[in-house]
Write a protein that binds this ligand. Structure first.
Ligand code: GUN
Length: 306
């Protein structure tokens, strides 16, 4: 039987509704949560993400501040801008949109964000708290995956979970979160031997390795839940046809835009064996912004002692 698709857009909308109700309540008590998003340079994709974040804030009644800085900025000047936001009483959450230009020391900048305002959960203090199982701000993408699993009633306790990918922003925190949910967790990556065989042990497989359609059906145990974190740009028509066959919607998107998004999971083969899976787009993607909003409210409450 073909897999059921988990509707990330619908679940993200549910979370945004919950956030909106919380914001309304906070505003009745004279508190308006505020999020600052820092964009360095004018990369079109980053700019579009930042605008989407700002628009979502506005929809939910969260104060939004966009700080756009020149692409030639130094680490020192960027740290000064972050420092101003750290001190700003109206700002509860700060997100520095990644990637930053290569002359900027990304690590120094992420460490420069006040951990109380670190809605990305990238500060080493917050990652340390996560590791220790303390209540803290956690990265939006892995937290979004946990929300998708919980709200789709996926049993995590005792399950074998395999995280494919070991990045600081997804793979590592994802593994910790799944472990705290009492799953038995394996992390694997590009150097793992017998990758398909390791992945095939998973009841829950989270693919976050950034390789288009790497996960084919031979990676998937029958009945497994497969979560696809990949967002890979496919810019060749031949590749679109190879991945999606005669899928009219995708071919028409490609004709309009010159590219389509594809995940790390080969949707056509994996849907024959998985029990549930997330689509790309419309799976994990919409969840990250919803969770960012949730993190902003959380930061506001904690910082203001509510
Ligand atoms: N760029 C792409 N995804 C993200 C994210 O989750 N946080 C930040 N800060 N930048 C990103």
């Amino acid at each position: 039987m073909a897999a059921t698709f988990i509707n990330g857009t619908k679940i993200a909308d549910d979370i945004k509704q919950e956030v909106r109700a919380e914001v309304d309540q906070l505003r009745k008590n004279g508190v308006q949560p505020g999020l600052a998003v820092v964009l360095v340079g004018d990369d079109a994709a980053s700019s579009a993400y930042v605008n989407m974040k700002a628009r979502t804030c506005e929809q939910l009644g969260i104060l939004s501040r966009k700080v756009v800085l020149p692409s030639a900025i130094t680490t020192e000047d960027l740290l000064r801008e972050v420092g101003k936001l750290n001190e700003d009483p109206l700002i509860d959450g700060i997100l520095v949109q990644l990637p930053v230009p290569k002359q900027v020391n990304k690590h120094a900048v992420l460490e420069g964000v006040d951990p109380q305002k670190d809605v990305d959960g990238f500060h080493s203090g917050n990652l340390g708290s996560l590791l220790l199982g303390h209540e803290t701000l956690v990265a939006c993408t892995p937290l979004g995956v946990m929300e998708l699993l919980r709200r789709s009633n996926v049993q995590m306790e005792g399950a074998n979970a395999v995280v494919l990918g070991r990045s600081d922003d997804v793979g590592k925190p994802q593994a910790i979160l799944l472990m705290h949910a009492n799953a038995t967790v394996t992390i694997c990556h590009s150097k793992t031997r017998n990758l398909a065989e390791v992945c095939r042990q998973a009841d829950i497989l989270v693919a976050a390795i950034g390789r288009t359609a790497l996960v084919t059906k031979d990676f998937v145990k029958p009945g497994a839940v497969v979560i696809d974190v990949g967002t890979n740009k496919v810019s060749s028509r031949a590749e679109v046809e190879r991945l999606f066959g005669g899928d009219e919607a995708r071919l028409s998107d490609f004709a309009k835009r010159g590219y389509v998004w594809a995940g790390d999971v080969d949707e056509r083969s994996v849907r024959e064996v998985a029990s549930m899976m997330t689509p790309v787009p419309g799976g994990v993607g919409p969840m990250t912004i919803a969770v960012l909003m949730k993190n902003t409210i959380k930061a506001a409450r904690r910082r203001r002692g509510i």
